[in-house]
Design a binder for this molecule. Structure first.
Ligand code: ATP
Ligand code: MG
Length: 374
């Protein structure tokens, strides 16, 4: 899949910009605060319908402007035109071939994988980062999952307000069983999908990580459901798994009911899942060196590309925000070589010096200065 062209109007620090992209490697060079990340962010919003770093959509509108507009031409088997319009006064509009559509129909037309210095924190960061890592990829390849996840999150929010209300008056508790049923049904669907995706990632990662660590180490990705530490064991696979999952879910609800009411929040469910990175039997979060953690993240992100390829038949567009300077020579080369010729790649950097000369020769190189691209 390729992003052929992109135009932005009043998006972040861009007043108006229009560009064509190279099907292979694209390098955007610029000093700090010139608009490099903003550009990748625009592509990300075209893929996921919302930003990964803005609290509100309207933060994306250029200060002083009324609305931000983006239009992109994406080439898959056929060409698709995607766009969004963000405004201070109207609701966000998402467009596919110039027709307004829902977020669920919008997401999935352009698939993207973002790798930034923050991604390097994936292993040692918060569990929520790792859940987001999984969710962002699954949502792009599976609209049903996206819908289920959003619905689940809504149920958690409403159940939380009910629990809070129950702290004041027990009367609210008779509504709880209805919410519990939804929590269990939607929650176990979310968990099953996450589990299968982690299993696929694990399969793919093995080979890639072998290459990165020159076969000295074996990386395991382990899905950790919220009840993992409470000594439940589970069979793998089939229908039975789903029933077991629900049974454990219900048991945990029972067990933690008082605590949930006391704290006024839902303590059970996939909003508490985690993903474990284990190398040679060691939890990398606790024991990994920085180099090991980085290799694991790199392998995992490259595996994500293969997973998306496997599911959709096309590689996603790869967005690399300023990561070259963060990686050593060896990993840098490995990353670019592994990506080479597979996926369209859009890279930002403050200096071309961190790129191998032969790569720069083949790439389209753009300069970014104060929201202008040349
Ligand atoms: N809504 C907005 N309106 C106008 N300008 C904005 C808006 N949001 C962000 N900016 C500006 O965009 C500029 C560039 O931001 P960006 O994050 O893209 O920089 P960058 O080139 O990635 O820099 P760095 O190398 O430091 O990461 C910042 O100076 C910021 O103030
Ligand atoms: Mg930046």
């Amino acid at each position: 899949m390729r992003l052929e062209s992109l135009s932005l109007q009043d998006f972040r620090n861009y007043e108006r910009v229009s560009l064509e992209l190279n099907p292979g490697l694209n390098i955007f060079v610029g000093d700090n605060a010139q608009g490099k990340t903003n550009l990748l962010e625009a592509v990300y919003v075209l893929a996921l319908s919302k930003s990964y770093r803005a609290a509100r959509d309207t933060d994306l509108i250029r200060q002083g402007a009324d609305r931000a507009v983006a239009v992109a031409r994406v080439r898959r088997l056929a060409a698709v035109e995607l766009g969004f319009v963000l405004s201070h006064t109207d609701k966000k509009r998402l467009l596919v071939n110039q027709k307004a559509t829902t977020a669920n129909r919008f997401v999935g037309n352009l698939n993207a994988v973002l790798f930034s210095p923050d991604s390097l924190q994936l292993v040692k960061g918060a569990p929520s980062d790792r859940r987001r890592f999984l969710d962002v990829q699954i949502c792009q390849i599976d609209p049903v999952y996206r819908k289920t996840l959003l619905e689940y999150q809504r149920v958690v929010r409403q159940r939380n307000s009910l629990l809070k209300a129950a702290q004041e008056s027990r009367a609210h508790l008779n509504q709880l069983p209805a919410w519990d049923r939804q929590l269990v049904n939607l929650g176990s669907q979310v968990m099953q999908r996450r589990r299968t995706v982690v299993a696929s990632l694990q399969n793919i990662t093995r080979g890639i990580h072998g290459e990165i660590s020159q076969d000295r180490e074996e990386l395991q990705l382990i899905y950790q459901p919220f009840f993992a530490e409470n000594g439940y064991s589970q069979s793998e696979g089939d229908r039975q798994e789903e029933e077991e999952l629900k049974a454990i879910f219900r048991q945990e609800l029972q067990r933690l009911r008082r605590e949930e009411i006391r704290r006024g929040c839902t303590l059970v469910g996939p909003q508490r899942d985690d993903l474990l990175f284990v190398v040679n039997g060691m939890d990398l979060k606790k024991y990994g060196s920085q180099g090991q953690q980085r290799s694991a993240v790199l392998a995992c992100i490259l595996a994500e590309l293969e997973l998306m390829y496997g599911e959709t038949g096309e590689y996603p567009v790869v967005l690399l925000d300023d990561v070259m300077s963060e990686l050593d020579q060896n990993r840098r080369l490995q990353l670019l070589t592994l990506l080479n010729d597979k996926a369209q790649t859009i890279v930002t950097t403050t200096s071309l010096a961190s790129f191998p000369a032969e790569l720069v020769q083949r790439a389209a190189v753009y300069r970014i200065e104060r929201g202008r691209i040349a």
